[in-house]
Design a protein around this ligand. Structure first.
Ligand code: NAD
Length: 513
């Protein structure tokens, strides 16, 4: 823990932290409710944070509005230069930040580092984007006229994020929004505020070094109540919210009621289809990483495995050989593949789901135990489970944020597999393992996967920043990160210019006065 203390120091985190920040200035007031942050790794208190009030939020929004007036005038490539510097700072602190992600959230250190790398990658992407915020030009139907469109910044953008990617989701949104000329107010998950505070220290340093006003990058530490207040606030033209479908429905409704924009990134119920033409070696590796990686706490985790009857027994046997050998334990230790669940509620949900699948007629084949002993002192360590089930079971239709893989058998053609695959409410990530072209192309066709992400011979879990990330149906429909996802952070304006000496009307309308 000396190491942990040094790491917190390097990242600028003190024992009791202020409840929010607006660029260089940290809000502080001893009157605030204090919450202890407990590590899921060892059950120890890491630090305490103060929760922001609505008054704090109001102050932060007002500051951000002032900053926006300045920031939107800074040319986009210069805004990109600031993000380039943020990326450089993140590179310097990659190890410490990666460790803090691991210690606070529980994902293994390699994934903690991967999360920081994702932030660095999106900074690079955003720097390039800052010179490519392109609009189209069109040919006008009227003589001596010119039409084009341009993108303008929106204003202060609210970013609400989930615990399982404590910092990456912030960077996906914020780095793009900031090069687009917006300013951001980030409310991280109340379960993982420390990595957020560390990142705020990093951006504060860059803001100060460049003599920029406070209010461009803002942080507000709080729980659902502050998230709800942000959603209702008409001064925030866009709310980007990542989390459960339950949360997304509430945020969508509140933002919709004021006709604001929302970008929703919600729960998944992701499946891999393994056909009889699959390379099973690859399929098994992808399935295990997808279902037990991050202890089943990724929005893209593999929850359902839809397997052709001809290879079903072999797939099952192979998985049942691997699962008992998985290294479960302290995620900071080398060699660990499965860390803890985030908290006790999560452990309870895991146990309840396994109980329910049995009540509905399924069979747990392996795992399900909660591990005890000194090495598992937090009480959050579980053995990943596999259960045989039917796609229509209520529990299979539900996203349980824990390492449970449901095995589902299909007969006949790939069309049968797809009808099971699409028969859930969520639509985030999907995959097929097959070397048969009819099967893979059908999977990618309009009649195939209905998800926002559809992979061939790659698992469901994880994605590269270069593509637009998000899902359909109850996953919320939002897209963030690569491709043209930046457009959601800007408002589009169509401009028509008349350089002639007449005033012709569109559609040839005559209106003589
Ligand atoms: P959660 O819904 O409990 O919380 C997410 C965030 O929303 C937190 O910051 C929370 O404080 C806030 N919040 C909760 N209720 C709110 C309300 N009424 N108004 C405004 N804000 C509110 O989710 P979680 O447990 O932190 O994360 C796990 C969930 O997130 C899973 O369902 C997972 O699939 C999903 N997730 C989705 C993506 C994606 O990109 N699709 C990425 C990561 C996580």
């Amino acid at each position: 823990t000396t190491e942990i203390r040094e790491m917190l120091q390097e990242l600028g985190i003190k024992e009791i932290n202020p409840q929010g920040a607006t660029g260089q200035v940290w809000l502080d007031d001893s009157e605030r409710e204090v919450r202890d942050i407990i590590s899921p790794v060892d059950g120890e208190k890491i630090a305490s944070v103060k929760l922001a009030t609505k008054k704090d939020l109001n102050q932060i929004i007002e500051t951000s509005q002032e900053a926006f007036k300045v920031w939107r005038k800074v040319p986009a490539p210069q805004r990109g230069e600031i993000i380039r510097q943020v990326g450089q700072e993140l590179r310097k602190h990659k190890e410490a930040l990666g460790k803090l992600v691991t210690y606070e959230m529980g994902k293994i250190y390699q994934e903690g580092l991967g999360e920081v790398q994702e932030m660095i990658d999106i900074c690079d992407f955003a720097v390039g984007l800052s010179r490519q915020l392109y609009g189209l030009t069109m040919h006008s139907e009227r003589p001596d006229h010119r039409m084009y469109e341009q993108y303008h910044p929106l204003g202060p953008v609210g970013v609400i994020s989930a615990f399982n990617f404590p910092v990456a989701v912030w960077s996906w949104n914020t780095m793009l929004a900031v090069v687009c000329g917006d300013v951001c107010i980030w409310k991280p998950s109340e379960k993982t505020p420390l990595t957020a505070i560390a990142c705020q220290h990093i951006v504060n340093k860059v803001i100060k070094a460049n003599d920029l006003p406070e209010g461009i990058f803002n942080l507000v530490i709080g729980d659902a109540e502050i998230g709800a207040a942000m959603s209702a606030d008409a001064r925030l033209p866009l709310i980007s919210a990542t989390g459960s479908t339950r949360m997304g429905k509430k945020v969508g409704e509140v933002v919709g009621a004021r006709l604001g924009k929302s970008l929703l990134e919600l729960g998944g119920n992701n499946a891999i289809i393994i056909t009889e033409h699959a390379d099973l070696e690859m399929a098994i590796r992808a399935t295990v990483f997808g279902s037990v990686g991050t202890c089943g706490q990724r929005c893209t985790s593999t929850r359902r495995l839809i397997v052709h009857e001809n290879v079903y027994e072999e797939v099952k046997d192979r998985l049942l050989k691997i699962y008992p050998t998985l290294a479960i334990g302290n995620p900071l230790s080398e060699g660990t593949l499965v860390g803890p669940l985030i908290d006790k509620d999560s452990v309870e949900n895991f146990k309840k789901a396994l109980q329910q699948v049995q009540e509905e007629g399924g069979r747990v084949l392996t795992g399900g135990e909660v591990l005890e002993g000194e090495a598992y002192a937090s009480g959050n360590y579980v053995k990943p489970a596999i259960a045989e089930a039917q796609n229509h079971f209520d529990i299979v239709q539900t996203e349980t944020f824990a390492p449970i893989l449901y095995l589902i058998k299909y007969k006949g053609e790939v069309e049968e597999a797809l009808s099971l695959h699409n028969d859930v409410k969520q639509g985030l990530s999907s995959a097929i393992f097959s070397t048969n072209m009819h099967e893979t192309e059908y999977f990618l066709s309009h009649a195939g996967s209905d998800c926002g992400i559809a992979n061939v011979n790659i698992g469901t879990s994880g994605a590269e920043i270069g593509g637009a990330f998000g899902g359909e149906k109850e996953t919320g429909g939002g897209r963030e990160s690569g491709s043209d996802a930046w457009k959601v952070y800007m408002r589009r304006q169509t401009n028509t210019m008349n350089y002639g000496k007449q005033l012709p009307l569109a559609q040839g309308i005559k209106f003589d006065i």
